[in-house]
Each structure stands twice: as C-alpha cells, then as structure tokens.
Design a protein around this ligand. Structure first.
Ligand code: NIG
Ligand code: FE
Length: 415
C-alpha cells in the first residue's frame, strides 16, 4: 500500500469534530493545525498532526507532498449540481441583462426546456466529454465530491443516459459523484397539455427503472407552483421514498413555503435554495431536521439580490450546507471559492461557518460524512492545497479558483 505524507502546511484545516453535521457555534470550529501534516495509506488518512509529529511516523519510501507553507483543506463537497447537459444558454443570459426574467424565459419555452432539447440530441459520448471538461473546472476550485443530478432528459432513455454518464465519470477515480434522479425538473414539451400523463411515466416507469439499475441514491424535484406544485410533488416524492430513494427538494426558489413544507413533511435530507422561505418554513425544516443547501451563485447570476436567510437558519440550529447549483442557466459556475465569497459577503456567514457548510455539512447532507468532509484518521485522503497563507484569504481575495493541487483518495489530480 502506498504511503503519502502531506507536510509543511501553514494551516491544515481539518474540521475534526463530532461525527455529524455541525450546527450553531460548532460551525465556527475548524480544528486548524498550524504547521500541520497528515499521513495516508492506501488512500485513507491514518494520522493528522504537526509536521514534527508526522515526520516521526514517516515510513521509508513514503511519497512526500510538500505544501510549501500553503494551506490545505478537505476537498470541498458541492451539495447541489446539474453537471451533465449539452450546449449553453448564453443567449438567455444576455436576454436577462436586457430585462427578461428567468420565469418569462421559461414560460416561452426557454430555460430548462431549451437545455432538454439539446441534451436529448446529444450522444452519451458527447455528454461525457462535456462533463469531463466541467470536472476539471470543479477540481481547480478545490472540489473533490459533487452531488450530481440528472434532469435534462425527461424521458426514460434521456434520464438513464445522463445518469450513466454520471456513473461513468464517478468510476474514473477523479471527482466523486453522488447521483440524484431529477426527472421532475420540468414538464417536457410533449406533455405540456397532459401533465398528469408525465407524472404517471415518472412514477410508473422512470423511478422503478432508475432504482433497478442502481443509478441514483436520491430523488429531487423542482417544487414550485409553476413547475411541480405541492400536490404533485408529494405524490412523486412519496413514490420515490417507497422505492428506497432518499429525498432532496428544490424548494422556495421563487415562492414561499411550499417546497420547504413538503421537504419537512417527507423527512427529506435537504431543502435546497430557500430564497423565499419564511419563519414558518424554517421552523418546519428545523423540526424535521432537514438540512438547508444554499445556492448563492444562482441568486447572484439571476441578479435578484434575494439571498436566503442563512443567519436565521444557523440561529435555529439548522446544519447549513452550500453548493454551486452548477447548470447552464441559473448558475453557470463550478467555483466553490466564489460560493464561499457570496456566503460571507451576501449572507453574512463567517469564513469558518462557510467552510464548514462547504465541507463536513455538505458531506453529511449526502450521507457520506463517515468518509469525506474532514481530515481525520479513517477518512479518505481527499484534500486540496490552496495557494493562500490563511484560510480566510481563500474567501477574501475573490474571483479566482485557488487550488494549487488536489488529491482524491491520495492520488494527485490534473488541475
Ligand atoms: O436549481 N431551479 C431549477 N433548477 C436549476 C436551474 C436549471 C436550469 O436553469 O437549467 C436551479 O436553479
Ligand atoms: Fe438546482
């Protein structure tokens, strides 16, 4: 088994702590080791300490990675992405600058449905090639795991094609992917006049097939009065849950307290977005132990200025997580450093709270907190050396992807 020692980190940001998502004041505790180091064997961390402590344990022949006095963090865990699609929507981006809204563009057949039309035409091979290009972008920001949704096929074959691309990339030993089925992302063109027929296909054909092929861990839905309103959302999610899927919900992005209440009622793992959630929705999420996944880059890109009430969530002991929401429409970014910047400047998280939300809390939102999200003995050696002197600098000097080098399972990635 190969031994790998990471030495000479000005700050090794470990996030060591209780084996669960962190809440309240715990979110400010990063367990930083000054002049830190770690030792990994066969892709797993065996020891974490100061440089002097790790050098004493150094086995002959270990591969030594010298961080050169930079900082090292656990790889970011991006809790919400849509990484497999064809084409882009730069035209809509410009239309929004000229005054059109995301909802108006969607109502005239653009938005998600425009990407669906292009993605249906693309081959599995071309989609995989595009996704490999985006994978390199995620790595440059220091991300080592993403939650990855389907949702641009909206036919049985189209959704399976996307989920197979996610599985293929996940097996390539680079960026880890946690797959989510999002067949309920939108009602596709051919079912606009008979939406209940689409919901039947979702429940009776797509969900069982995805389950049979083991292609997704979770099921998500875009719960919104103009997309899948509460009544439909409940039916679809209950069917998913009874098949054994875990639940995530696009909730309250454009309207208040529908998605959040559905997520709470179903005991979802996460409610994502939450820009419009009121105290009532927050109380329901807190009572049900649902984790908020906040996506400030989509607020930024849509230009609405309405960021979710992150401080009120932390005050309520909600275990906040962060994600990019990478997709070709509302949030075309793979950059967790950008998301951290927005979390601090726009949502008023402290730098430490933002890093906790982007690592250990995001990992627990994916039920992977036992293996990733912090640098502790027993966990996978997924870490990034960032070109910074202080963890706050990673966030404060915004607009650059800071990763100097990235390791997944103790293996250096091409960044
Ligand atoms: O999370 N809101 C729905 N889904 C995505 C947008 C996807 C798209 O515009 O293509 C989101 O923002
Ligand atoms: Fe999304």
């Amino acid at each position: 088994m190969t031994d790998l020692a990471l030495l000479n980190c000005r700050q090794l940001v470990t996030l060591a702590g209780p084996a669960r998502a962190r809440t309240g004041a715990e979110m400010r505790e990063l367990a930083i080791v000054p002049d830190g180091a770690l030792l990994a064997r066969g892709g797993r961390i065996v020891s974490v300490g100061t440089r002097a402590e790790i050098e004493r344990l150094l086995p002959a022949g270990a591969q030594v990675v010298d961080a050169g006095g930079r900082i090292a963090l656990p790889g970011f865990v991006d809790a919400h992405t849509h990484p497999v699609f064809a084409g882009n929507r730069a035209d809509e981006f410009e239309q929004r600058a000229e005054g059109a809204t995301y909802a108006e563009i969607a109502a005239r057949g653009g938005g998600i449905r425009a990407t669906v039309r292009r993605t249906r035409e693309a081959s599995e091979r071309d989609l995989a090639a595009a996704a490999r290009r985006y994978r390199a972008w995620f790595l440059r920001g220091g991300t080592t795991t993403i939650e990855a949704k389907s949702g641009y096929g909206l036919t049985l074959e189209g959704e399976l094609k996307i989920l197979r691309v996610i599985r293929q990339l996940d097996t390539e030993g680079s960026l880890r992917m946690s797959p989510t089925f999002l067949g309920a992302h939108e009602v596709p063109d051919e079912y606009r006049a008979r939406r209940s027929a689409y919901i039947r296909v979702l429940i009776e054909e797509m969900l069982p097939a995805v389950r049979r092929e083991g292609l997704a861990e979770s099921c998500d839905i875009f719960c919104e009065p103009s997309v899948f309103p509460v009544g439909e959302a409940r039916g679809i999610l209950e069917a998913a849950r009874s098949l054994g899927f875990r639940i995530r919900v696009h909730a309250d992005q454009f309207s208040s307290d529908e998605g959040s209440l559905v997520a709470a009622a179903l005991g979802a793992d996460t409610a994502d977005h939450l820009e419009m959630t009121t105290e009532r929705g927050l109380d329901a999420l807190a009572a049900a132990g649902v984790q908020p996944v906040l996506l400030p880059a989509s607020v930024y890109c849509l230009g609405s200025g309405r960021y979710p009430a992150a401080r009120r969530m932390i005050e309520r002991s909600l275990a906040v997580a962060l994600g990019t929401d990478f997709n070709p429409g509302s949030s075309p970014t793979t950059s967790m450093p950008l998301v951290l910047s927005l979390a601090v400047t726009q949502m008023k998280l402290t730098c430490a709270e933002a890093i906790t939300a982007a690592t250990v809390n995001a990992a627990y939102s994916l039920r992977r907190g036992e293996t990733i999200g912090s640098l502790e003995p027993g966990k996978l050696a997924d870490f990034a050396i960032h070109d910074c002197d202080d963890y706050r600098e990673l966030i404060c000097f915004f607009g650059r992807d800071t990763a100097h080098s990235v390791y997944i399972n103790g293996v250096l990635q091409n960044v």
